[in-house]
Design a binder for this molecule. Structure first.
Ligand SMILES: Nc1ncnc2c1ncn2[C@@H]1O[C@H](COP(=O)(O)OP(=O)(O)O)[C@@H](O)[C@H]1O
Ligand SMILES: [Mg+2]
Length: 369
């Protein structure tokens, strides 16, 4: 019979919290899924935020701004805001004991996937998806050859604006529905694939896809029968913004690989993109330079059309390894157009070999302890 004097609608609180932007990003804390709890009884608003961040000023800033936003709500007399900082997976694969509190490992998403790696770039058109697809196929071969139990490789295409993975890897069949909330990923060349390109018609306007990044990542995580995988690569939309944060909040990333071309303009945005990962404490695993040079196969000379050294300089500036360069090679483009990645069709050619080397290096970094 004793009703609270005043129990406020959660929607009203969330409406106020939607005004709080994550520092450095254009999106708000509600749409990023950071609000764990929001209630108000008898004029006391209680809100808990949960986030991943290596930047120690972020929790304090969010707490302050959240308190301000709540105080301006009619009927709120006092506010209690707590901010829980989760550690991201990248740092915890090596130091499990320290980082398990808070999130808890048993409930981590994709528990059967050993390594989760984001492939990112600042700009579009640098060959990020091409690199992701070729690396995935290279990992399949590499891991099959190793003397260890092999489970598989997956690629999650989170580029909702321009999902190109299905075309690049020659997967086009619609994923089979195998349960009320579960679909089977497509598969080609030993690589399991999920992508908006397999699920929606190409003419869904881009403005409808924008707000879907977070939701898409969540559904691709929870509602796809990935099974056991050794490694999953995530192809992100180009850009230096919200997708990185959404991804870092949703998945326990081991780290990110930055793809750039050698030009100064590309290198600058690549650095900015990489810094976004640092902000959400996702480790950088290395830099790949794509379209580095034209190879004259008769003489073996390399012509650095777009300038030389952009990739290694980016790696150095970001204090992360340089994983290797990939030539500008018509066979790479044709492989993409035909849906047969060059590491499959021409594994022993120069492009195939350089991508294989990058996969080996990256695997070495992931498995090093
Ligand atoms: N090393 C390369 N040599 C030749 N063409 C390439 C190379 N890398 C990518 N491409 C081509 O460039 C275009 C853009 O590549 P894509 O992987 O879609 O870029 P992003 O995902 O960064 O937007 C594609 O047509 C692809 O085939
Ligand atoms: Mg792409």
């Amino acid at each position: 019979m004793i009703l609270p004097l005043f129990s406020m609608d959660k929607e009203i609180l969330l409406g106020a919290l939607e005004k709080v932007k994550y520092p450095g990003f254009s999106r708000d804390i509600v749409s990023f899924g950071l609000v764990r709890e929001a209630s108000c009884e008898n004029g006391v608003a209680v809100v808990t935020l949960e986030l991943t961040s290596s930047d120690s000023t972020v929790p304090a800033q969010l707490k302050r701004e959240t308190e301000e936003a709540l105080s301006s709500v009619d009927g709120v007399k006092a506010v209690e805001v707590s901010v829980v900082v989760k550690k991201s997976k990248g740092s915890n694969s090596n130091q499990s004991s320290k980082t398990d509190e808070g999130g808890g490992t048993s409930s981590r998403p994709l528990p059967e996937v050993k390594y989760i790696v984001a492939i990112a770039s600042g700009k579009g058109g640098v060959g990020k998806s091409t690199v992701a697809v070729n690396l995935a196929c290279a990992f399949d071969k590499l891991l099959r050859e190793q003397n260890e139990p092999y489970h598989g490789v997956g690629i999650m295409d989170c580029d909702v604006y321009g999902p190109s993975v299905p075309l690049l890897i020659g997967a086009s069949e619609r994923p089979e529905v195998i349960g009320e909330n579960l679909i089977q990923p497509a598969e080609n060349f030993g690589v399991k694939v999920i992508s908006m390109g397999l699920l929606v018609d190409e003419d869904v306007p881009v403005v409808w896809r924008g707000p879907m990044v977070m939701k898409t990542i969540q559904q691709f995580t929870a509602n796809v029968a990935w099974g056991k995988l050794d490694i999953m690569l995530i192809d992100l939309p180009p850009g230096t913004g919200d997708a990185q944060l959404s991804l870092a909040q949703t998945l326990p990333l081991n780290g990110a690989v930055i793809v750039t071309t050698p030009q100064k303009a590309a290198v600058d945005v690549a650095r900015r993109g990489a810094r976004m990962f640092e902000k959400v404490s996702v480790p950088l695993l290395g830099v790949v330079e794509n379209m580095s040079f034209l190879l004259d196969e008769e003489t073996g000379t390399k012509r650095y059309l777009f300038g030389k050294g952009g990739g290694p300089a980016t790696a150095e500036a970001l204090k992360t390894p340089f994983l290797g360069e990939i030539a500008l090679d018509e066979r790479i483009r044709l492989g993409g157009d035909n849906g047969i990645p060059v590491v499959v069709s021409n594994a022993d050619g120069p492009a195939g070999k350089s991508i294989r080397n990058i996969a080996e290096k990256l695997w070495g970094i992931l498995t090093a302890d």
